[in-house]
Design a protein around this ligand. Structure first.
Ligand SMILES: C[S@@+](CC[C@H](N)C(=O)[O-])C[C@H]1O[C@@H](n2cnc3c(N)ncnc32)[C@H](O)[C@@H]1O
Length: 346
């Protein structure tokens, strides 16, 4: 199979309208915010809205387009933060909560909230540096501000009734599942090599979500693609990618990286059948591990029971020797000699 990396320059609202209905399996993105960083003066730039109302109105229109282009039962993952205002452009203090507004836009568009992940993206110290309010000297009596060092990923399913797929299967290993099943992901927010973007999200975050919510050969979309992290993770995981970015310099910088890709990156011999085969193998490994675990437990139990039997026998023997008039010190000497003997035989 030959993968395609569709890297589009433009306003996502206009560009999404050009995509056919149900042409995308999974969409993931991190949106601009309405009162933080302004990416450009372009009137289409979502970070450049006049008001809170305009921002949520436009974001709602984009989510309505996603409803149309994402397949029924496909998913949309949005990564966002309830950020501290201290770095807001209006200079206010406090916290901005996006959770309720975002959830309403999705549920109004008949998506079902499917999973919620808290992403610990950096240390409180790192948050402290960008935020400037968490220096020890800034601790205020009864009134301090905790580090905003984590964000959320809300995964929505494009089916309001929340039906579950009947088929089991996955593209991840047992070990990965043990880690990824947690609702808290600790992933350092390091950008992809050479990205010239100020707010890229972690490649590993994209890779996990893509592996969890798609199969090889599926199509992944990012309408706010920035430095192209989602496109890169999708192609390198054997999925097709569509990324839309408004700012020309971001678009060009990512294009430059994509141009350097070896052509073989687009050749993918993986497919859903192979994925399911790998899944079955992992299940077998799981069963074998379970059996080995059971055997281990059984052996441990037998060992404990035998020790108890021996201790009881020793107590009986000690009592008998005592009755025959042997002193405690002599019994102890006997025991020490026996121990020594066992030690020598080992
Ligand atoms: C938070 S950043 C995304 C970063 C991206 N996840 C990455 O890893 O590089 C949001 C991006 O949305 C872009 N943007 C803002 N309004 C847009 C619009 N209407 N259409 C497409 N992109 C837009 C901004 O230029 C910015 O690059």
């Amino acid at each position: 199979m030959r993968l395609t990396n569709n890297w589009i320059h433009g306003d996502c609202l206009k560009e999404l309208k050009k995509l056919p209905d149900e042409s995308v399996d999974f969409c993931m993105f991190s949106p601009p915010y309405h009162n933080l960083r302004v990416y450009s003066n372009d009137p289409c730039d979502l970070s450049n809205c006049e008001s809170y109302e305009e921002y949520y109105y436009l974001l709602g229109l984009i989510i309505t387009e996603l409803k149309r282009v994402v397949k029924r039962n496909g998913h949309v993952a949005i990564q966002f933060e309830d950020y501290n205002y201290t770095i807001g452009r209006d200079g206010r203090r406090g916290k901005e909560s996006l959770t309720g507004n975002i959830n309403k836009l999705f549920t109004d568009n008949e998506f079902c909230l499917w999973s919620e992940i808290a992403w610990e993206k950096y240390s409180p110290q790192r948050a402290m540096i960008s935020d400037g309010s968490l220096w020890y000297r800034n601790l205020k009596v009864r009134d301090t501000i905790i580090a905003a060092n984590f964000g959320y990923v809300y995964v929505y399913k494009n089916n309001p009734s929340g039906e579950l797929e009947t088929e089991s299967g996955s593209d991840i290993t047992l070990e990965e599942w043990a880690q990824w099943a947690s609702g808290v992901w600790k992933i350092p927010n390091s950008s992809i090599g050479g990205a010239s973007h100020m707010t890229p999200y972690a490649y590993e975050l994209c890779r996990r979500l893509i592996k969890l919510y798609t199969t090889p050969g599926d199509t992944v979309l990012d309408p706010f693609a920035g430095s192209g992290t989602t496109n890169r993770a999708a192609i390198e995981s054997g999925r097709n990618a569509i990324g839309i970015e408004l700012r020309k310099d971001f678009y060009d910088a990512a294009q430059e990286i994509f141009d350097k890709w070896d052509n073989s990156v687009f050749d993918c011999d993986d497919n859903k059948e192979k994925m399911l085969e790998r899944f079955k193998k992992q299940l077998e490994i799981g069963e074998l591990n379970k059996e080995a675990g059971k055997r281990d437990k059984e052996e441990q139990k037998q060992l404990r029971d035998r020790k108890k039997e021996l201790r009881d026998e020793i107590k009986i023997l000690e009592a008998q020797l005592n009755e025959l008039g042997m002193k405690k010190s002599e019994i102890k000497k006997l025991k020490d000699e026996a121990k020594e003997q066992v030690f020598m035989n080992d």
